[in-house]
Ligand binder design. Structure first.
Ligand code: NAD
Length: 333
């Protein structure tokens, strides 16, 4: 069995990946900058290290003696975070750069980089009826300012470490990932978790209204975490060398996402639209021809099914926290 490093293991996707890799019998080192008590999940049997991976020496400490690296560490969040923290997002370039250098020097066999649909050219995302972004739509480059440019640059660096130094690098472009054990409040949450939280809050407070960012017609696709974890491993252990979309092609508008959450919650909410809130691009979807061609598979867990699991988990978390805080509601924002 292999010795695998997961960077960003205290976060949403990294936490799920560590558990899966351990379940398969691998030796896993889990690394994150956050103190252990803030990690979303702690896997039994993992070697957990708290390190700031922006620093070169910490990347060497993290990967030395191991065979493979999955880099899921980044300073990131939903639109509300990335539109207002462009420099912080770009500083994540240090994490991938130093991890690549350490991987090369320490003789790592395989290196995975978590890129994003935010690398795609903004001009191809101006219509709600997006036909799906093909991998080639990243160029000519006009990525999401800050976060997307960092992802595109880091993808490029992975490519050149492969071409120039022979390091095997794999890249997936994730399209919105959601599921249990993710962020649902505090400013870094994404639309699926935020809408669940707002609906649960509406139920808890009896104020059946919801604030939606933008006009609600903007479109996206959302991938359930189990599909993401399966796809990450399939791409890592494939022969594919180019960046590949890893996303669902089930595109919905934000209004339709609210419909789904209302269906799960069992009540309707009065919708208020905040035109000044961060909205991101107008329409985005994952075009999955390449992943189907290479892997004979694509993410397919239906949105309704994944959202039900996500909603139930967030509701449980909020109920626990509310009990702990003796009725003080911190979710009403
Ligand atoms: P997350 O924020 O839950 O996890 C990222 C983790 O990286 C966090 O726990 C954070 O503490 C850690 N980190 C940040 N700076 C660090 C540093 N200097 N040293 C060590 N650790 C550090 O995010 P996620 O949703 O799990 O995303 C994982 C990866 O996937 C990220 O690279 C993200 O950009 C990418 N991605 C995610 C989505 C999504 O929808 N979740 C979409 C596209 C791309």
């Amino acid at each position: 069995m292999k010795k695998i490093v997961v960077a960003g293991a205290g976060g949403f996707i990294g936490g799920h990946l560590v558990k899966e890799l351990i379940r398969k019998g691998n030796t896993v080192r889990a690394v994150d900058i956050k103190p252990l008590n803030e990690w979303y999940q702690i896997a039994e049997g993992a070697d957990n290290l708290v390190l700031d991976l922006r620093l070169r020496e910490n990347c060497f400490k993290a990967v030395n003696g191991y065979n493979e690296v999955f880099n899921l560490a980044a300073d990131m969040g939903g639109m509300g975070f990335i539109e207002n923290n462009k420099a912080a997002c770009m500083i994540s370039v240090l994490i991938n750069t130093h991890l690549l250098i350490a991987a090369k020097e320490c003789g790592i066999d395989r290196f995975f980089y978590a890129s994003s649909a935010c690398v795609y050219n903004g001009d191809k995302q101006t219509d709600t009826n997006n036909p799906g972004l093909k991998e080639s739509d990243a160029y000519p480059a006009l990525a999401e300012d800050g976060y997307g440019w960092e992802k595109l640059f880091s993808e490029r660096m992975c490519r050149h470490f492969r071409e120039d130094f022979g390091l095997t690098t794999k890249i997936a472009r994730f399209h919105n990932v959601y599921g249990p054990h993710g962020t649902y409040d505090g400013g870094r949450e994404k639309a699926p978790a935020a809408i669940c939280r707002k609906a649960i809050d509406a139920q808890m407070t009896g104020r059946k209204e919801i604030v939606i960012w933008g006009d609600g017609h903007q479109t996206r696709s959302f991938m359930y975490i189990d599909d993401c974890i399966k796809g990450i491993q399939a791409i890592m252990y494939s022969d594919i060398i180019e960046p590949l979309n890893l996303g669902s092609s089930e595109m919905v508008s934000i209004n339709q996402l609210v419909d789904i959450v209302e269906g799960i919650a069992g009540f309707k909410m009065e919708r208020k639209y905040d035109a000044d809130a961060p909205k991101g691009v107008r329409g985005r979807n994952s075009e999955n021809t390449l992943i189907r061609k290479y892997l004979g598979w694509e993410p397919s867990i239906p949105l309704k099914e994944g959202m039900k699991k996500t909603y139930d988990w967030i509701k449980e978390e909020m109920s626990n926290q509310k009990r702990e805080k003796k009725g003080v509601n911190r979710f009403n924002k």
